[in-house]
Design a protein around this ligand. Structure first.
Ligand SMILES: Nc1ncnc2c1ncn2[C@@H]1O[C@H](COP(=O)(O)OP(=O)(O)OP(=O)(O)O)[C@@H](O)[C@H]1O
Ligand SMILES: [Mg+2]
Length: 343
């Protein structure tokens, strides 16, 4: 029996989504960790407040589940305006964006999630809107087409992306501030687990919380999700309290290993080592081998594996490090460059 637990995808279950919303920090002060981004963003917001202007456009980048949407919501809340929400894939035509922009009120915060997946046409319209608070609405087609400039009220654009590198330079340059979210350390995750347990009313011991934190892949969303799964286990198979033993048993059941690697992480390493002799292997080939989209492997699994020192991205392809072989309990083959990726 396999227990498939997709740890990084946004929550699919409606009630899970409600819980995730309930656990979201609502102010900058409630945000755990990310000290640097928090300080920088706090300053941007405070300065705008003093000048009585809409804050500069903000770009938030980082792997899934680290708090980009949370910060976007906080920006709107701190400015005291509603958050208008859309996403790159929803903006296939310039007209989609024009409709949203022309509906903005003075000072609104417009959040565009997955901004790197916006269409080219929408992107070009966005340049102008962000810079001059203007859009050109094109009427008609062909040589007779005319562009009618339309003023839009000053607004704050907040973009989120898991792939800052994919954003065209001109778009990146129009953001006055870019916040790079980093994976969280175990102490920060520990605080998040305690905070969430408190909000959910789950009794938890310090050891139980530490165990969940250390297996959360540096990611608050995963910490919260593991907490919920461990709580299920505690309620069904124990007395309801999340202890070290309960956390252990539950996380083993869900195939989350000691270092927090989940099924996809291990599948990637496993394919890399067992099927491709440790690489180098191209991303597309690797993705096919684990039956996932290229993007999922690249944006969801790889950042953590790279950070943990299990995988290296080289010009010739993905390579497993000595630590990866060890983690899988395998012996790295003796090649011409066996120590190249040793720490
Ligand atoms: N700094 C934090 N402190 C406490 N909880 C946090 C923090 N950051 C994120 N979370 C929790 O993690 C969950 C996921 O965060 P969020 O949705 O903001 O991630 P994201 O970066 O937008 O992910 P995605 O790229 O998948 O959209 C939130 O519901 C929130 O409860
Ligand atoms: Mg998000």
């Amino acid at each position: 029996m396999t227990h498939d637990l997709d740890l990084t995808a946004p929550d699919a279950e409606p009630d899970e989504r409600v819980i995730e919303a309930a656990l979201r920090p609502r102010t900058l002060d409630e945000v755990v960790g990310q000290q640097r981004v928090r300080d920088q963003l706090g300053l941007v917001l405070e300065a705008a407040r003093l000048r009585e202007r809409a804050p500069d456009h903000v770009l938030l980048s980082g792997p899934p589940g680290l708090g980009k949407t949370t910060l976007a919501m906080i920006i709107a809340a701190e400015v005291g305006v509603p958050l208008r929400l859309t996403s790159g894939p929803a903006l296939t035509h310039a007209g989609d964006l024009a409709a949203i922009l022309s509906g903005l009120n003075h000072g609104d915060v417009l959040f565009v999630d997955e901004i790197h997946r916006m269409s080219r046409a929408a992107e070009e319209m966005l340049y102008l809107a962000m810079e001059d608070f203007r859009v050109d609405v094109v009427i008609g087609k062909g040589p007779g087409a005319t562009a009618i400039p339309l003023e839009i009220p000053p607004f704050t654009m907040v973009g989120a992306t898991t792939r800052a590198g994919l954003l065209p330079g001109p778009l990146r340059d129009r953001f006055g501030f870019t916040g790079h979210l980093e994976f969280y350390d175990v102490h920060e995750l520990d605080r998040i687990v305690h905070r969430s347990a408190g909000l959910l009313g789950v009794p938890i011991t310090p050891e139980g919380a530490a165990e969940i934190a250390s297996r959360s892949r540096g990611t608050p969303r995963i910490a919260n999700r593991l907490l919920r799964r461990v709580r299920d286990y505690a309620q069904v198979r124990a007395d309801g309290t999340v202890t070290l033993e309960v956390a252990h048993a539950a996380l083993d059941l869900y195939e989350v290993d000691q270092l927090g690697l989940d099924r996809l992480d291990r599948a990637v390493l496993d394919a890399l080592c067992r099927r491709f002799g440790g690489g180098p292997v191209g991303l597309s080939t690797l993705a096919v081998a684990v039956g996932e989209e290229r993007e999922t492997v690249e944006e969801v699994a790889e950042p953590f594996l790279v950070r943990q020192g299990f995988l290296a991205r080289t010009p010739r392809g993905r390579v497993a490090t000595a630590a990866a072989w060890r983690h899988l309990g395998l012996t790295a083959p003796a090649t011409g460059e066996p120590t190249l990726f040793e720490e």
